[in-house]
Design a protein around this ligand. Structure first.
Ligand code: SAH
Ligand code: MG
Length: 207
């Protein structure tokens, strides 16, 4: 089915820049990138938060979903990756619409809360061991009805190995359980490619 999509020159250019900079080639799947644009558009989200920028591929997909005003805050551990992502988004015409915050995402999330920042849309796509923590943070920083999306929840099949004791697999199992069944969320797990989870925040209250 992937062959049915028309190749997108801007997104292909971002992938080329990731290769040229010897960065990991782990941008979100093309069709899930399109889904991110669609979900932002359908939900009408304006304030977007991404955890894990890499080269800006998902960042561009998220920004493309905005109609009218809105902006992206992107959390990234590595300054050099954020620099590549920033250059790519400027080139794609989104100068001034994206803010990169460098460092451990858990630290930055606490800073965002201290600043009173809230968001309508979250894309979680960084270190797997922290996915349940990122999900808790997303719920805390969520505006009413916010959408939360998580990537790579299948972990190339590792998630299906019942005997796995790896902390990152355990964390992802917990994340998937929460996205599917936490009382604060209504969500689905899409198992195609490397898995994508989509949920809407029903309520921020845990009881
Ligand atoms: N969302 C991107 C891909 C992200 S890859 C896209 O689809 O285009 C995962 C990214 O998370 C990497 O760039 C990595 O440097 C970053 N990362 C890993 N651990 C992190 C952490 N603890 N805090 C913030 N970013 C982290
Ligand atoms: Mg990913």
């Amino acid at each position: 089915m992937d062959s049915l999509y028309i190749k997108d020159a801007e997104l292909e250019r971002i992938k080329a820049s990731i290769r040229e900079n010897s960065m990991p080639e782990i941008s979100v799947e093309d069709s899930y990138g399109k889904l991110l644009s669609l979900l932002v558009k359908i939900s009408g989200a304006k304030k977007l938060l991404e955890i894990g920028a890499l080269g800006g591929y998902s960042g561009l997909c998220l920004l493309r979903g905005l109609e009218g005003e809105g902006s992206l805050t992107s959390l990234e551990l590595k300054q050099e990756f954020a620099d590549v992502a920033h250059a790519n988004l400027k080139q794609a015409g989104f100068k001034g619409r994206v803010e990169y915050r460098i460092g451990e995402a858990l630290t930055t999330l606490q800073e965002l809360e201290n600043e009173g920042r809230t968001f309508d849309f979250f894309f979680i796509d960084a270190d797997k061991g922290n996915y349940p923590n990122y999900l808790e943070w997303a719920i805390r920083l969520a505006n009413p009805g916010a959408v939360i999306v998580g990537d790579n929840l299948v972990m190339r099949g590792r998630i299906f190995k019942a005997e796995s004791t790896s902390p990152s697999v355990q964390a992802m199992k917990r994340f998937n359980e929460m996205m599917a069944a936490d009382s604060r969320l209504e969500g689905v797990l899409l198992p195609a490619y490397d898995g994508l989870a989509i949920a809407r925040v029903k309520t921020k209250s845990n009881d």
